[in-house]
Design a protein around this ligand. Structure first.
Ligand code: HEM
Length: 256
């Protein structure tokens, strides 16, 4: 008996449907529109993360107990969920970066000489530097993980002059003392300066990236262009103000 037939009277089998879906994804991901939609969707996920992360970090202003308990909840009480979230975040980040680089490469390959006249009607410094600001933010995230997650960059100096690794800091409840770790980090001028610059670039990236999501997903028409721009500045500005408030409050000694 032949295992395949030209016409399947029962319609596509599960494996045929699976192959169809893979073929569709392959074709779709090779189109500019498909890649742009994925850059927009992954970018939206990353915006959600930075907003959530900023709001969580503001617990610094409620004191050591509050932020330490919050960090302990995320790292220990959530169990496997935190690893699922971390893996998801890493996947989204990798996809966003890879597709953005691929789109840029394809655009350059299709137009090696470039336009004589810049498309200046819509272009502005933020839109023209999306790749550059994105790459610097990516480099910052690697620095940031080395700094606070893996504690490889900087130690806390104790009163007797000895140095203590960030990850060994404990509060009275035995929780990781994230509060003291943040104070140590942002009391150091060059660390604060790196965070200030990275967060300003994040603002520039998001202020163009967020309106672009609406455009790519076809959620905007001429009447709403200004509204969508304001949404972009609103979200990007909120993240900037929240993050800078933390850095500056510690750097200036307002929070110690
Ligand atoms: C002033 C601003 C920021 C502060 C105070 C801050 C603080 C922290 C701290 C304390 C951790 C480690 C938590 C722990 O392991 O206990 C962390 C992790 C992390 N931060 Fe930030 N962060 C800031 C800005 C950012 C920005 C702008 C991004 C992304 C663009 C970012 C991305 C991450 C990521 C991906 C992690 C790892 C999350 C995980 O391990 O699950 N952070 N941040």
């Amino acid at each position: 008996m032949s295992s395949t037939s030209a016409i399947n009277p029962k319609g596509p089998s599960v494996s045929e449907a699976g192959k169809g879906a893979t073929a569709w994804a392959d074709t779709y991901l090779n189109t500019t529109v498909g890649q742009k939609v994925l850059v927009a969707l992954t970018g939206s996920g990353l915006v959600g993360f930075v907003l959530f992360h900023m709001i969580g970090n503001l617990k610094l202003f409620s004191g050591p107990e509050s932020i330490n308990a919050y960090a302990n909840f995320l790292k220990h009480d959530l169990g496997a969920l935190i690893w699922i979230a971390r893996a998801g975040l890493l996947g989204i980040f990798a996809l966003h970066l890879t597709l953005a680089l691929r789109l840029k490469y394809q655009t350059n390959a299709a137009r090696p000489i470039g336009y004589y006249y810049q498309r200046s009607a819509q272009a502005n410094p933020a839109s023209k530097t999306m790749l550059q600001t994105g790459l610097v933010i990516g480099a910052f995230v690697i620095f940031h993980l080395a700094h606070y997650t893996f504690a490889l960059v900087h130690d806390v100096t104790a009163l007797d002059g000895s140095t203590v690794n960030y990850l060994t800091l404990r509060d009275a409840k035995g929780h990781h003392d994230v509060y003291t770790m943040l104070i140590a980090g942002f009391s150091t001028w060059w660390i604060s300066a790196i965070y200030l610059i990275a967060n300003v670039l994040l603002f520039v990236h998001l202020s163009h990236g967020i309106p672009s999501v609406f455009q790519t997903l076809g959620l905007v028409n001429r009447r709403f262009t200004q509204v969508v721009k304001m949404i972009g500045y609103g979200i990007a500005g909120t993240v900037l103000i929240g993050n800078l408030a933390i850095v500056l409050a510690i750097w200036t000694g307002a929070v110690k």
